[in-house]
Write a protein that binds this ligand. Structure first.
Ligand code: HEM
Length: 263
């Protein structure tokens, strides 16, 4: 059987991260800011180059922030909102709290754009463009980003809790969550290739390395060595080291693996 494993984001990223606009009045277009902020793509690109140079993990951080934004009410910047008296913010939802990062990076880009074109470009668009640029900067593919997203005025705390897949979740449930966003299994596999970069906290992989690792991994010296190194970073006791981090992918670490393989 031919199994296609695509590591990250090809053309499918356009539909998956553009299914979103609240109101859906106007279609997204590449030239939405042509007269109001013609430099937006260049400005974001230049800033992203600095941001990823400062710390390559910032690419992973922005890609994940974009994903968590898009899975709740679409890609509308709702993840960025602080809570108010009338709604709970997504930042405190369980998949995000003490885990999701990058809010200040978006603020930084937004400030620069505001000085260039005040009050014009949505945060939702900035985050979407930044995630695309982040992908390119760590060796991933290019895709066009149509723009014109409107920023949400409300957040979806409950949806953030229920829509975003968790590390303990089974495959069928994760497939269903992607399906609910209009994404196929192939989309899910490709997008999960984002995990060839970035870092994860011990609390999110502890059960994997102390419970079922040997059931699902080949018993060989390489995996045994890797397992031992993970256990050094991540102690078995749930009271210890939960926020210790390690690379999501021991091999690639800071550059996306983009090849396709067949088995
Ligand atoms: C398939 C279901 C998914 C699950 C269960 C999942 C879960 C996780 C978890 C638990 C972490 C570590 C967070 C932490 O320890 O603080 C993580 C990190 C990450 N995820 Fe996912 N994820 C999924 C899909 C995706 C998708 C679709 C993308 C983007 C296209 C993505 C991008 C990332 C990135 C880049 C990181 C590293 C972030 C960093 O370095 O801060 N993930 N994911």
């Amino acid at each position: 059987m031919k199994l296609l494993v695509i590591f990250i984001v090809h053309a499918i990223c356009i539909p998956c991260f553009s299914f979103d606009v609240p109101g859906k009045d106007l279609p997204l277009t590449l030239d939405y800011y042509k007269s109001t902020c013609p430099t937006v793509f260049d400005v974001v690109k230049k800033e992203m180059e600095c941001i990823v140079k400062e710390d390559p993990r910032n690419a992973a951080i922005l890609i994940r922030l974009h994903f968590h934004d898009c899975f709740v009410q679409g890609c509308d910047g709702s993840v960025l909102l602080e809570e108010t008296e009338t709604f709970q913010g997504e930042k405190k939802a369980s998949p995000n709290i003490n885990s999701l990062k990058g809010y200040k990076i978006v603020d930084r880009i937004k400030n620069i754009i505001e000085s260039e074109c005040p009050g014009v470009v949505s945060c939702a668009d900035l985050l979407t463009i930044s995630a695309r640029d982040a992908t390119i900067l760590v060796g991933g593919p290019y895709w066009d980003v149509p723009v014109g997203r409107k920023d949400s005025k409300t957040a979806g705390y409950e949806f953030a809790t229920s829509n975003i897949p968790t590390p303990e979740e089974g495959l069928i449930s994760i497939i269903s969550k992607f399906h609910n966003q209009g994404l196929s299994v192939e989309d899910m596999v490709a997008l999960s290739g984002a995990h060839t970069i970035g870092k994860a906290q011990c609390r999110n992989f502890r059960s994997r390395i102390y419970e079922d690792f040997h059931v699902t991994s080949a018993l060989n010296p390489v995996s045994e060595t890797y397992l031992a190194s993970l256990r050094e970073i991540c102690p078995a006791s749930s009271g210890e080291g939960g926020s210790n981090v390690t690379a999501m992918d021991n091999v690639t670490r800071i550059s996306l693996t983009t090849r396709s393989t067949t088995r």
